[in-house]
Design a binder for this molecule. Structure first.
Ligand code: AMP
Ligand code: MN
Ligand code: ZN
Length: 957
């Protein structure tokens, strides 16, 4: 309230002073001059539906959305969380199915309910009418709701209409006329004793929060009921046809719902979206109830199972209500779109040759995306309305020099825009036409940081002499100083500290450069089901995979979106959460950093690679983006937890000891085996010792040299060793992939020495120790002929930082930036190879999107292109397993879990890892629906690459 009054006051002062000043200025020459340079913003003459709104909850600044503060909450108690979390949690525990009794009359006399929408509907557009409606609804036990949105001419979108149906009456609420007083309906929506029936409420629930602080408590979602019943389809159109014999034209949902009066056809459509819902809910509930009677063996069901299906549908519905509306906030405005455009162009998919996608092009794309973002916020328009992505690409590629050229470049880039949407769209848009000088300015080479330029635009447009009208939507942009400025201000420390920080920063930046993703991970192209429901997001490759197989058709162009031609078996809602339909931001899920990020695997690969194939399909949920700093924290926590697991299951993290098999008996060369406690050596220790001797052996103190020699000799059964033996020791325990990489680095000379080494191997067979063939046979199955000694903890540590440091003479556990020195080992050497293959995310594969495995048919592109991928390893698990990492430990742990607890054990194991992750970072930007308890199970559809028994490579691109 208070801030609103302040805002109003500020606006009044600004407007009145503008009027007062404008009269004398009108006659000054200065005015005419600026007039010529700058056209008057179109908003001065155009009025939009939302400009009549006074209470605006979600404005266009990048301050986070504030949720409802209940009157019962003190300022201290208010935490911007869900105000009705408690009520909803109660419903999750005790689902409300009492509302069904009130729908009973629907099947009187076995006759179908009279479906006709014959009675007049109630058009609600005044406050008193709304109060009357609230009164009516407060006496109902259940009512149905649907909403219609407008999104083209608004930055965040707004609710243009709410349809409410009771058993007796249909109401259409004009939420444009009543925008500021919609809170009148808040109590009935939040009342846990009144059930609200929606179809597919996921978005509606958020929209109602965003516009009116209306929170739905006690929801029955007919789409969720369809899921629980495994209906062949879950669209409202399907339900209307099946249960009510009504055909609908879903195209109307994209119409302009701001129109008043609403055309008759749209009124009818809107009404029908809510009118039949109570009847449909009734029918579906009956089916859900019958499930317990109908299925064979139901006599044995406990009373608890009696309402199992109905409860389940209710629970899934109310889980939706726990979602919270949030604004998308990026560190650099428009950055994620810019990155997506750039990566498409680099892959020759932007409609321009990738040769044009030089640094200048990329910089321009960034500027235009940022400009488009800020202009959309200032004018309260959608991004698409301001400037299309095609137009951004064309501008950055052609670099027109005059304002006229800029206009024609844009309009040429936007052919038949009107076909794509039902709205008449201008190209260039009025925003562009009125602010052409901005675009012209953006082409200049020597402008500063985008951040500063945006700040300048905000001042130019909204400042005291601004060109564009201030509004409740854009006012807060003025009060928001650059995000980066605060960081700059605090980093100005005293000399020594600053130098230290600088060094730390340099080392960190090197790391970022080397390992962060080089293009956005998520492209966020939409995939719709055949009924128009959003299924999930995907990358370009997957999109094309569907299109090339005629499994989908292109329904939107800019950015591209496809609609599947088949009914997907699994819907996001089947998962009991809506994780998969979220678009994902290219930011660190923990702190929100958007400038660099790398993939982080929440379930460490050493375990995951051994999971049964079908439990691996949830990669997208368990691979998240983290910035370097958060990555380090998460990794450290995971390593710590691995040790705990090792202790808990009594399965050591590392292979304790290996010995050259040639020293045991006459077997093939260079196959290490593990013997007893006394003999042998840990493979990692062996490798580091051999590496140190080869590199620094001659310069090393005698004592150290002797120690290291002993380590290597232990592997060779105590005999004298040659330089060739040392070289051979470097390869011990490596997987073929590690070997290949290693050999490549060492070059031809090394290959030659390998050949002679094999010959030597056959000649030498000084048998040593107690190892016997029978031990070997026993354990042979575990890992490609290597034998484990399952004894205690080793002192070997495998650190995240080994990636940078290399393993020189000892085992490296130095933290990355601890002493402010840039570690000299940063210039990578052979040692890096190992670390690369261990826990580190597949940072080198750019622009693969991992977050959409929900879809029925899946492009396996991600799986086949990346040599380090889990699947790749697991296909050939036995021979490829490295003894140097945690692979053998992971394998044993997973085998143990499967044996003892089955797949449930794996699911719980995954939950533990998610918990570790959450506790280590307390991530604030996890995608909505992300859940520690995410189920690892799912069905396989006909097209799924995860379908058991299907040859993965056969359908690979
Ligand atoms: P519905 O739940 O079908 O009543 O849709 C509610 C609102 O969602 C509509 O008013 C549209 O603004 C928006 N909407 C739903 N589906 C689509 C779609 N496929 N394309 C564009 N807008 C959609
Ligand atoms: Mn609707
Ligand atoms: Zn303007």
């Amino acid at each position: 309230m208070e801030t609103r009054d302040k805002l109003r006051l500020a606006l009044t002062i600004i407007i009145s002073s503008f009027l007062a000043l404008s009269i004398p200025i009108l006659f000054s020459r200065k005015f005419f001059k600026t007039q010529k340079q700058r056209k008057i913003c179109y908003l001065n003459t155009e009025s939009k539906a939302q400009s009549t709104f006074k209470r605006i909850l979600a404005e266009n600044s990048y301050f986070q959305f504030k949720h409802l503060k209940l009157q019962t909450q003190s300022n201290e108690e208010y935490s911007n969380l869900h105000p009705y979390k408690g009520e909803i949690s109660k419903l999750l525990k005790n689902p409300d199915i009492g509302f069904l009794e009130f729908l009973d009359g629907f099947d009187d006399g076995g006759e179908k309910w009279n479906c006709e929408m014959s009675d007049p509907l109630v058009w609600t557009e005044t406050k008193s009418q709304l109060e009357e409606l609230a009164e009516v609804l407060s006496k109902e036990r259940v009512f149905a709701v649907d909403t219609e949105q407008h999104s083209l001419r608004s930055f965040l979108g707004f609710t243009a209409l709410i349809q409410i149906s009771t058993k007796r009456q249909d109401y259409l609420v004009d939420t444009i006329a009543l925008h500021d007083v919609m809170g009148i309906l808040r109590p009935v929506f939040a009342h846990p004793g009144i059930c609200k029936v929606f179809h597919g409420a996921d978005n509606d629930v958020l929209w109602l929060q965003r516009d009116f602080h209306i929170y739905v408590v006690n929801l029955f979602d007919t789409a969720k009921a369809c899921d629980v019943l495994s209906k062949p389809q879950r669209s409202l159109a399907y339900l209307l046809e099946t249960y009510c014999d009504v055909a609908t034209n879903k195209l109307l949902q994209r119409e302009d719902w701001r129109q008043r009066p609403l055309p008759e056809e749209m009124v009818k459509y809107a009404r029908s979206d809510a009118h039949y819902l109570l009847y449909i809910a009734y029918c579906l509930s009956m089916e859900l109830k019958q499930r317990k009677n109908g299925i064979s063996g139901s006599e044995n069901l406990s009373p608890c199972d009696k309402f199992h299906f109905l409860f389940e549908a209710s629970r899934r519905s109310n889980a939706t209500c726990l979602q919270l509306f949030q604004k998308d906030i990026e560190a650099y405005l428009g950055e994620s779109t810019a990155l997506s455009i750039i990566s498409r162009c680099l892959n020759d998919q932007g409609g321009i040759p990738s040769s044009l996608c030089d640094l200048k092009f990329q910089e321009l794309v960034r500027r235009f995306c940022a400009w488009r973002d800020i202009m959309a916020r200032i004018h309260d328009e959608s991004l698409r309305f301001v400037l299309s992505e095609r137009a951004i690409i064309a501008l950055a590629a052609k670099r027109p020099t005059t304002e006229l050229d800029i206009c024609s470049t844009i309009s040429e880039a936007d052919p038949d825009v009107e076909l794509m949407t039902l709205f008449p769209l201008q190209s260039p848009s009025s925003v562009v036409s009125c602010h052409l000088e901005d675009l012209h300015y953006l082409f200049q080479a020597e402008i500063g940081a985008v951040d500063d330029v945006l700040q300048m635009f905000i001042q130019q447009h909204l400042g005291p002499d601004g060109s564009c009208p201030l509004s409740a939507y854009n006012y807060a942009l003025l009060t928001q100083t650059g995000l980066k400025q605060t960081i700059r201000a605090t980093s100005n420390q005293n000399g020594f500290k600053a130098a230290k920080q600088l060094a730390k920063k340099a080392s960190r930046e090197l790391f970022v450069q080397k390992f962060s993703c080089k293009s956005p991970v998520y492209h966020n192209f939409k995939i719709y089901a055949n009924d128009g429901r959003l299924l999930c997001h995907c990358d370009r490759k997957k999109l094309e995979w569907y299109l090339n197989r005629n499994l989908a058709k292109l329904v939107e162009d800019d950015p591209p979106a496809i609609m599947l031609c088949f009914e997907p078996k699994g819907r996001p809602e089947d998962e009991d959460n809506d994780f998969y339909i979220q678009s994902k931001k290219n930011i660190c899920v923990s702190c929100g950093e958007g400038n660099h990020y790398l993939r982080y695997r929440i379930i460490p690969s050493c375990y995951r690679m051994h999971f049964p194939e079908h439990l691996k399909s949830h990669r997208s949920h368990d691979i998240v983006l983290l910035c370097v700093d958060c990555h380090e924290i998460a990794h450290a926590a995971a390593e710590k937890y691995k040790k705990q697991i090792a202790a808990e299951f009594d399965i050591p993290l590392f292979i304790r000891k290996v010995v050259d098999l040639n020293q045991v008996h006459n077997a093939s060369a260079s196959t290490p085996t593990i013997i007893s406690e006394e003999a042998g050596v840990s493979p990692l220790q062996l490798r580091t010792a051999a590496m140190a001797l080869l590199r620094h052996g001659t310069r090393m103190p005698c004592k150290r040299r002797e120690e290291l020699m002993q380590v290597v000799m232990k592997y060779y059964g105590g005999r004298e060793i040659s330089d060739e033996d040392l070289e051979r020791a470097l390869l011990v325990g490596m997987s073929p992939h590690e070997r290949r990489k290693f050999e490549k680095k060492r070059g031809l000379a090394f290959k030659n020495s390998l050949k002679s080494m094999n010959l030597n191997g056959e000649r030498e067979n000084n048998i040593c120790g107690k190892a016997t063939t029978s031990i070997q046979n026993d354990l042979n199955g575990t890992a490609a002929g290597h034998l484990y000694v399952n004894a205690g903890e080793t002192d070997q540590k495998e650190g995240y930082l080994d990636i940078l440091m290399g393993d020189d003479t000892g085992v490296n556990t130095r933290p990355l930036f601890s002493n402010g020195k840039v570690n000299s080992a940063v210039s990578a050497d052979e040692g890096n190879d190992i670390a690369d293959i261990k826990e580190f995310p597949d940072i080198k594969t750019s622009s693969t999107s991992n977050h959409d495995d929900i879809c029925e048919s899946e492009s396996p592109s991600n799986e086949t292109t990346n040599p380090l991928d889990d699947r790749d390893i697991s296909l050939n698990r036995e021979s490829k397993l490295s003894l140097l990492g945690h692979g053998p430990h992971g394998k044993q742990v997973v085998e143990h879990l499967l044996k003892e607890y089955g797949e449930e054990g794996i699911c719980q194991f995954c939950q533990r890892w998610r918990q570790v992750f959450v506790e280590a970072l307390h991530p604030r930007f996890l995608p909505g629906g992300w859940d520690v308890n995410h189920s690892g199970k799912r069905d396989f559809g006909e097209f799924s690459v995860y379908k058991p028994g299907k040859n993965i490579r056969a359908i690979a691109i």
